[in-house]
Design a protein around this ligand. Sequence first.
Ligand SMILES: NC(=O)c1ccc[n+]([C@@H]2O[C@H](COP(=O)([O-])OP(=O)(O)OC[C@H]3O[C@@H](n4cnc5c(N)ncnc54)[C@H](OP(=O)(O)O)[C@@H]3O)[C@@H](O)[C@H]2O)c1
Length: 277
Amino acid sequence: MKKVITFIGAGNMSRSLIAGLVQDKTDLKIRIADPDDAQLQSIQSNWEGITAFTDNLQAIDQADIIVLAVKPQIMQKVCEPLQERLASQNTLIISIAAGIRISNLNHWLGGDDHQNDRSLAIVRCMPNTPALVQSGMTGLYANKHVSGEQHDLAESILRAVGSTLWLSDENKLDAVTAVSGSGPAYYFLVMEAMQNAAQKLGLSAEESRLLVLQTAFGAAKLALETSDDASILRQRVTSKGGTTEAALKELMQGGLPELFETAMTAAENRSRRLSEN
Ligand SMILES: NC(=O)c1ccc[n+]([C@@H]2O[C@H](COP(=O)([O-])OP(=O)(O)OC[C@H]3O[C@@H](n4cnc5c(N)ncnc54)[C@H](OP(=O)(O)O)[C@@H]3O)[C@@H](O)[C@H]2O)c1
């Protein structure tokens, strides 16, 4: 029998995960729940065979996997009513909400009811926005109740929207947030700055955009397709006394590496503080 996956929240992330699963010709039977009928209809008109619900409890009935894809602020309110239903079924819970710790999810979903010996299999993930175009990077952490089969299921779901990295320590998700979670914005800032500088050099906005974006794409592709470190790749394109050397000298003197360290430490601290609340 096909396994059932229920997405709670029909927003951007659920859409991109569903798009990835459909593209991968998934064997999973997909359900989606959201209070907004229009959101549900728009998903159903995009992809065939998806069952939609406005009632979360109905949507999770006998589900093998639940993906919690609502905003962190409403997670507790969404989880608590699911407790009773989850008590009678063995479901893998996958949360993609930023900054919500497994201990909180477990508590809100009734997993710490020791009297009734309940244990919930929970995977917490940190995806990033390129998941919207199936080029995401997701850090994942599983609690000890996640079975081997459930681990593989979670992997296949997040792999549908990009690459995955499993972590052995939940605390590392704060670092993942600072690197790949917030990372797209760092690259966008660099692209923005390069495009502005290109225009100052006399190129049009359109010319600047194409040159900068294709260069960013090409550099990432080159780096991904070789085992050489970024520092080696950089040295290889930096000839003595050349143009690249002239530019890199300015960036180094301006303290770019130190600036990244400070910026990413600030992001990690912020992530830790948010998940402590
Ligand atoms: N977007 C990203 O790149 C990204 C990256 C990493 C992690 N995340 C995480 O992914 C989660 C979802 O993000 P998103 O961008 O997909 O958010 P989103 O577009 O706002 O989607 C959330 C959906 O949940 C619906 N919803 C609200 N209350 C609900 C309820 N009681 N039951 C079921 N659904 C309900 C919302 O409906 P209304 O609009 O009507 O409220 C909305 O359609 C967040 O926790 C976020 O932290 C997102």
